[in-house]
Ligand binder design. Structure first.
Ligand code: ADP
Ligand code: ZN
Ligand code: ZN
Length: 682
């Protein structure tokens, strides 16, 4: 074999600089193999050593030879990341206007980026030692109903790129469709002597154990890996590597799993595709759903978007024929029917302590029958604000444009936007009045009242406060599933995905605020949330009585079209009205948006920066709105403003953003700014 000659390796490094870096490689010993694109390498960077990703191998460099430093080491033990994976990362970097290195490196487990390779080596050894996991008890697969069968057939009919929107009412058995499709594709590849991997994304960490159990029970002979932010570093490394080596046949995860390396990926499923948690809200502000679709197209494989309340984007694409719509119109379990939805008109019926008499009576009935009730209130804490009647003092956060929320069990006022926490004042800080009043209601206050109303009932509250400890959310949900809870009360944490078996009543408290939000997506989100939470009722219906499940919504706006559509479970009606509004108002999905945000000690500076940014480049075909303070202007003592860009052409917006970002990065000044493409909170 001829001796290997030195070459230049181009690396992506995790730095805010939007460039890649050249290093020199020469063989240290006779048996050093040639490095490959997609391998990780350790290099000197300034006075440090860092890990980077090799993105190109070149004969020469544009930099002067004496500027080019030597590679320290190549991580030969880890097989290279694929060209597809690098292309995916490059797309994400370009589309969301971030340097490639800020995409590829942070998404790798820390152990792979560590300068000592011991953790990586031992993880690799453990993977080698992993046999097929012990046989789990297999659950028999139910016979598919006609709709489910048609959906599975359609999804698996082709093995090339196709987006299917699986529009299935809550409890229609979408999970079963995912599992059967996965099974069929795994089997087909095996018969052809190949190997398939399936990626299933879910919106909530709390839903992964439930799905993981179903998947393991259904596929006892396969490796299933999960990827989400609550794994320990060791677990995360092992899951990541087993996906990367092609050993894990099924990867389950939250949004970050969309960037998992899966060399044999043959199907992607995005469950609850409309869920806002698929959007990353810091760093690389990506949409996992959109990246998944790009990924499927690049690999030429099918992708399934499942939801009972699809996003307006996906619904619009299905309407226009870009996506194929597959419908599951009925609930899957025998006897299970959609719950009856009714409104409690709070303009007419007086509620004591937040619960209206018809809702209280309905809970009482469930208690008598030994069934479960769920109360949904999307507001944690005891009361959203405390006030003094005598002088008008109100519990404002000193650092944010927000109220301090009363947390009674913890005896604290807490700001939910910064870390500020105060003891509950015993008297008014301005006038000394000792009679301070909590205003409004959060989950803790309703919980307190439930104990008074139903002293014998087992009440469980699930929200971010009650589930702070790792694993406590899962434990709480398990007590519900075991039937040890009579009344479950919680925030949106309880609304999503769970397949509760004995629950026949859902009560919705105070959903109205979203109707008057400045955010044009608030209605869409509220409708989805209400359909989701309503969908927790009557899923099993083991008896005729159980099938009389109902949803009661307390509202002051009983005539609002959103609630009228909800009453008849009419998502298509709601969606076409919403899309019509969006079209005439020139809002997404009919235009494309980007948002530049600036933060500063003073609002004037932030606005001034945005104004300058606005005038930096000519911008034909791009609408640049006026810079405005953000709705929540101040958070943790920092003032925030934003500038919204719009265009009817995605590519025009993209190419403008590219040159704009280059120009902006060259601007002097210490002000912090971020760009978000396709923002979902405006
Ligand atoms: P979705 O995700 O559409 O809300 P799930 O997948 O959670 O619904 O399914 C709801 C319930 O129906 C589950 O308990 C599931 O086991 C059951 N189920 C699914 N498919 C069938 C079927 N073909 N026959 C009987 N029960 C089914
Ligand atoms: Zn006062
Ligand atoms: Zn605050």
């Amino acid at each position: 074999m001829p001796p290997l000659s030195p070459c230049i390796l181009r690396l992506a490094l995790d730095t805010p600089l939007a460039i890649e870096f050249d290093y020199r490689w020469q063989p240290q010993s006779g048996d050093d193999p040639m490095p490959r694109v997609g391998q990780l390498a350790q290099v000197p960077f300034g006075r440090r050593e860092v890990i980077g990703l090799i993105v190109a191998i070149q004969a020469g460099s544009d930099y002067a030879p004496d500027k080019i430093r030597d590679i320290t080491a190549i991580r030969y033990q880890l097989p290279p990341l694929s060209a597809h994976w690098i292309a995916l990362s490059r797309f994400a970097a370009d589309y969301y206007q971030r340097p490639l290195g800020e995409v590829v490196l942070p998404c790798l487990p820390k152990n792979l980026r560590a300068l000592k390779s011991t953790a990586l080596d031992s993880a690799l050894k453990k993977i080698d030692a992993l046999g097929i996991p012990p046989q789990a008890a297999t659950t028999a697969a139910p016979d598919l109903n006609t709709d489910q069968q048609a959906a599975v057939d359609a999804i698996t009919a082709v093995s090339d790129y196709r987006v299917s929107l699986l529009f299935g009412v809550t409890g229609s058995g979408k999970t079963e469709v995912y599992l059967r499709s996965a099974e069929k594709i795994l089997e087909r590849e095996r018969q052809q002597g190949g190997h398939a991997q399936i990626l299933i994304l879910v919106p909530e960490i709390n839903l992964t154990p439930q799905l993981e159990n179903s998947v393991r029970a259904r596929f006892p002979g396969l490796h299933v890996a999960s990827l989400h932010s609550q794994l320990s570093e060791g677990e995360r490394t092992r899951s990541w590597i087993s996906a990367h080596l092609g050993q894990a046949s099924i990867v389950l995860g939250t949004r970050l799993a969309v960037l998992a390396s899966m060399p044999h990926l043959k199907l992607i499923v995005i469950d609850e595709e409309h869920d806002p948690s698929y959007k990353q809200q810091e760093g690389l502000r990506y949409s996992a759903r959109d990246l998944a679709i790009w990924r499927a197209r690049d690999l030429d494989i099918p992708v399934v978007l499942g939801s009972a309340t699809p996003s307006m984007e996906s619904w619009h694409h299905a309407d226009s024929g870009r996506y194929r719509k597959l419908v599951l119109a009925q609930r899957a379990a025998a006897q299970a029917v959609l719950p009856k939805i009714a409104l409690i008109d709070m303009e007419r019926i007086k509620a004591s302590d937040g619960l209206a008499p018809p809702l209280i009576a309905a809970i009482r009935e469930r208690l008598a029958r030994g069934e479960q009730s769920l109360l949904f209130l999307n507001r944690r804490g005891y009361a959203p604000v405390v006030n003094c009647d005598a002088c008008g003092w109100i519990s404002n956060c000193q650092r944010c444009t927000a109220f301090m929320v009363l947390h009674k069990p913890e005896r604290r006022l807490r700001c939910h936007h910064c870390s500020l926490e105060l003891r509950i004042p015993s008297s008014c800080p301005t006038c000394g009045n000792v009679d301070l009043q909590p205003l409004g209601r959060g989950t803790q206050r309703i919980e307190e009242y439930l104990h008074v109303l139903f002293p014998e009932a087992r009440v469980l509250r699930i929200d971010a406060d009650s589930t702070r400890k790792k694993g406590s959310a899962q434990a709480a949900f398990e007590t519900v599933h075991r039937g040890e809870v009579d009344i479950l009360l919680g925030t949106q944490m309880v609304a999503k995905g769970h397949d509760f078996q004995r629950l026949t009543l859902v009560g919705v408290i105070n959903p109205d605020t979203a109707l008057f939000s400045h955010d044009y997506r608030a209605g869409e989100r509220l409708f989805a949330q209400l359909m989701q939470v309503a969908g927790r009722a009557g899923r099993a219906a083991s008896s005729a009585e159980m099938s009389q499940s109902e949803v009661l919504v307390q509202t002051r706006y009983a005539q609002h079209p959103l609630y009228r559509a909800l009453l008849t479970h009419d998502f298509p009606g709601f969606a076409s009205a919403t899309l019509e509004e969006r079209r005439s108002a020139g809002l997404p999905p009919f235009v494309f948006q980007a948002l530049l945000r600036a933060e500063s000690k003073t609002l004037a500076k932030a606005l001034e920066f945005l104004q300058q940014a606005r005038d930096l480049l000519p911008h034909q075909g791009i609408v640049m709105n006026d810079p405005v303070p953000m709705t929540m202007t101040r958070v943790a003592g920092v003032e925030r403003a934003q500038l919204l860009l719009e265009s009817t052409s995605r590519s025009a917006l993209q190419s403008f953003l590219k040159s704009w970002m280059q120009a902006l990065r060259k601007q002097p000044g210490r002000l912090r700014w971020t760009l978000e493409v396709d923002p979902i909170d405006i």
